[in-house]
Design a protein around this ligand. Structure first.
Ligand SMILES: [Mg+2]
Length: 268
């Protein structure tokens, strides 16, 4: 059910919908945080800074959460800074990104193979995603996919989930070249080059960053505070994060959109 955080907010002027991918529509990479955080805590622990594992975990979870939605490299840049802060000699952040992706692949490779072998895409999607995309398309919105995950991976996984065809605005993601893409750059381009006004932008995301950039531009934001991988109820920690950065609405998943879309697009 749609929770209204900002009374009076409405997406009635929306012409563009921007979707985050992982944790918003795709569950292929679900559990990534349980790969990234331990990798970083392990590296920091070796520096014997006197901090307990609990303290290190809290520090890592804090910046990883804050940077969620931004391209993965930014979490690695912060990790390198935390290593240096404790007297360590950090490798280039890109090396940590590649190591993280190698470890994550061990967790997700069976899911990708399952999809390649014909598993139903819905098994690895936030419930209700497809019906929502269909409904937004029927309303005439132009739909963009914008992810902090590498674009080559996003394209593959969107294809495996049979979702690529909904994103007529395009599919955008990160690459090893940091200057190539950011969610902020996409929003800036939509406003400055495509000429959309802020109120014409609507975003769906589970990350701090996509909610932030769209709110800064004057758009409407729907937070996905879903308890992965079940996605049946609100995750309180995600909800607090997304509400804190200005989400207008909150959802645990996209089920039953025919009943809540009239609230999201309320006309008065
Ligand atoms: Mg996400």
């Amino acid at each position: 059910m749609l929770e209204v955080l900002n009374a009076g907010a409405s997406a009635r002027h929306a012409k563009v919908a921007i979707f985050d991918f992982d944790g918003t529509v795709s569950l292929v990479r679900s559990g990534w945080v349980h790969v990234m955080v331990p990798m970083m805590v392990d590296g920091l622990r070796e520096l014997n800074s006197g901090e307990s594992d609990a303290e290190l975990t809290r520090i890592v979870e804090e910046y990883v959460g804050q940077l969620t939605g931004k391209e993965t490299i930014y979490q690695m840049i912060q990790y390198a800074a935390e290593l240096e802060k404790r007297g360590g000699k950090a490798l280039p952040p890109l090396d940590y990104k590649h190591e993280y992706l190698r470890r994550l692949w061990e967790v997700i490779k069976d899911r990708v193979a399952d999809l390649q072998n014909g598993a139903a895409p819905e098994k690895y999607m936030v419930p209700g995603s497809r019906a929502l995309l269909e409904a937004l398309k029927a309303r005439g919105l132009k739909i963009y996919l914008a992810s902090g995950t590498d674009e080559v991976d996003v394209r593959r996984e969107a294809g495996l989930l049979d979702l690529a065809r909904y994103f007529d605005g395009g599919i955008f993601g990160a690459s090893d070249d940091m200057a190539s893409f950011s969610k902020g750059m996409l929003v800036k381009r939509l406003v400055e080059q495509a000429g959309y006004s802020g109120e014409e932008l609507l975003v769906f995301g589970d990350g701090y960053v996509e909610i932030d950039v769209v709110k800064q531009a004057g758009g409407i934001a729907v937070g996905l505070a879903t308890d992965e991988p079940e996605c049946l109820k609100i995750d309180a920690w995600k909800r607090q994060r997304l509400a804190g950065v200005g989400a207008d609405f909150m959802l645990p998943n996209f089920l039953g959109c025919e009943s809540w879309l009239p609230v999201l697009f309320a006309t008065e």
